[in-house]
Design a protein around this ligand. Structure first.
Ligand SMILES: Cc1ncc(COP(=O)(O)O)c(C=O)c1O
Length: 382
C-alpha cells in the first residue's frame, strides 16, 4: 500500500514514550525546553500586538522562504550567536529545514555520513530519500574525524552529505572540540562533500565556533528557536552562501506552504524586543546546572553516563539490561526515559537509554534518578 520511502519512516521512540507519560511521571524523556522558561506572558502580548498591527494579514498565506520581518530579525540573531552570514530561509523548525535540504540535495543513490549515535528523528528525513547512510562513531570530542578520514581515503567517490549536531549533541550530549571542528571542515573542503550543521542547542549551550563560520561554502547551517523560545512555534531556519540552494528551498516550500504567518510575526516581534538575546546567559546557566545535577545524582547511585556532557539536554546511560522491560518498570515507578537503541545505526547501544534535563523541573531530577535506580534494581517498592 505505501511507497518504499514512506515505509522507511517510523514512529520515533520519543513519540512512543511521550504516550506513556502521565501527569505525575518525572519526565526525563522529552526534548522540549523547561516550561518555566517559555515566556508565556510575552508570547501572549506578541500575539495580541501582531493581530492589532497586521489584522487579517497575520493570517494570510506566508509565501515561500519566510517573511521579511522575520528574515531581518534572524540575520541579527545569527550575528548575536556568531553563526555567520548568508542567505536565510525560514522553515518550520530545524526538522523541516533538514527534510527540505534532503529533498533538495539527496537522491536515492547518494551516500551520506552521520554520527553514531545520532538524532533518530532527523534520520527519518535522510532515510526517506536514501538508505545509503554510513555511521561514524562519536567520542567525548565529537565525531571521530580520524575514522572519517580513513574512510574517505578508502572511498572511490566522496559522500554527498555529512550530517552533524556539533553542539550539545542529541543523544550523547557531547560538544565537538575545536580541533575536531577544524578537522571536519578541512575534510569537507578537501573531499568535496557538504556538511549539514544541525545546531538547535547553540542558544542554550556554551559558545563554540560554528562549522559554518569556519568554512561557509562547505556547510549548510540549520538553526532553530525551539530550545531558546518555544518548539510549538515551529520556527527554524537555514543559513547558506549557496544562492541556488536557498532558492530551491523556497521552491520546495510551495509543497507545504510553511511556515505559519502569525507565528513568524510573533517570533519576529520577540526577537526584535531583544528578550531572548538578553536571556541567553540565563538559559545556558539553567540547563548547565540541571545537567550538573543530573550527573551528580547519577554518580550518587554509582551510575556513569557513556559520555560526560557539560550542558544541553541529554546524556546516555548504559543500563546493561533489557531497556523495554526497564521502561515499563520505570513508568510504573513514575519516571520516563527514551530507549536509545534506535539512535544507533550499527546495532550497538542496544542497552543504552537517553536521559533529558529539558522539560523536567530541576528539583525533581534527584527523585527521577532515584526512581530510575529502583527500576534498574528491579525494586518496584516505592
Ligand atoms: C538535533 C536536533 N535536530 C533537530 C531537532 C528538531 O528541532 P525543531 O523543533 O527546530 O524542528 C531537534 C529537536 O529535538 C534536535 O534535537
Amino acid at each position: 500500500m505505501f511507497t518504499p520511502n514512506a515505509m522507511r519512516v517510523k514512529r520515533s521512540p520519543i513519540e512512543r514514550v511521550s504516550a506513556l507519560i502521565r501527569q505525575d511521571t518525572i519526565n526525563l524523556a522529552g526534548g522540549s525546553p523547561d516550561p518555566s522558561l517559555i515566556p508565556l506572558g510575552k508570547l501572549g502580548e506578541a500575539y495580541t500586538q501582531v493581530v492589532e498591527e497586521y489584522g487579517a494579514k497575520a493570517f494570510f498565506y506566508p509565501g515561500a522562504g519566510g517573511l521579511d520581518e522575520l528574515v531581518e530579525q534572524l540575520r541579527g540573531w545569527c550575528s548575536t550567536l556568531e553563526i555567520g552570514g548568508g542567505e536565510v530561509v525560514v522553515t518550520s523548525g530545524a526538522q523541516h529545514a533538514i527534510t527540505q535540504v534532503c529533498a533538495a540535495l539527496l537522491s536515492t543513490q547518494d551516500t551520506y555520513i552521520h554520527e553514531n549515535p545520532t538524532f533518530v528523528e532527523t534520520m527519518n528525513s535522510f532515510l526517506y530519500y536514501s538508505v545509503q547512510g554510513e555511521p561514524v562513531p562519536v567520542d567525548d570530542q565529537g565525531i571521530r574525524t580520524d575514522i572519517l578520514e580513513a574512510r574517505l581515503k578508502a572511498r572511490r567517490s566522496p559522500p554527498k552529505l555529512l550530517y552533524t549536531v556539533p553542539t550539545a549533541h542529541n543523544p550523547s550530549g557531547v560538544t565537538m572540540s575545536e580541533e575536531r571542528r577544524k578537522h571536519l571542515v578541512e575534510l569537507a573542503h578537501k573531499y568535496g562533500f557538504t556538511i549539514i550543521e544541525d545546531d538547535p542547542y547553540r542558544p542554550i549551550s556554551k559558545p563554540t565556533r560554528t562549522l559554518y563560520s569556519t568554512s561557509p561554502d562547505d556547510v549548510v547551517y540549520v538553526g532553530s528557536l525551539s530550545k531558546a523560545l518555544a518548539p510549538g512555534l515551529r520556527i527554524g531556519f537555514v543559513v547558506t552562501t549557496n544562492h541556488a540552494l536557498a532558492e530551491k528551498l523556497k521552491d520546495l516550500e510551495q509543497m507545504d506552504f510553511s511556515t505559519s504567518t502569525v507565528n513568524q510575526l510573533v517570533a519576529a516581534k520577540i526577537l526584535k524586543s531583544g528578550l531572548i538575546q538578553s536571556k541567553l546567559g540565563e538559559l545556558r546557566e539553567h540547563y548547565a546546572s540541571k545537567m550538573h545535577l543530573m550527573l551528580q545524582s547519577l554518580a550518587e547511585h554509582g551510575l556513569k553516563p557513556v559520555y560526560q556532557p557539560q550542558d544541553g539536554f541529554f546524556c546516555l546511560l548504559n543500563t546493561n539490561t533489557d531497556v523495554e522491560e526497564l521502561l515499563l518498570r520505570a513508568v510504573r515507578l513514575g519516571v520516563a526515559f527514551v530507549p536509545a537503541s534506535e539512535f544507533y545505526f550499527d546495532n550497538s547501544g542496544q542497552t543504552n537509554i537517553r536521559l533529558s534535563v529539558g522539560p523536567v523541573d530541576k528539583s525533581l531530577i534527584p527523585e527521577g534518578v532515584n526512581r530510575l535506580t529502583k527500576a534498574l534494581n528491579n525494586n518496584e517498592q516505592a
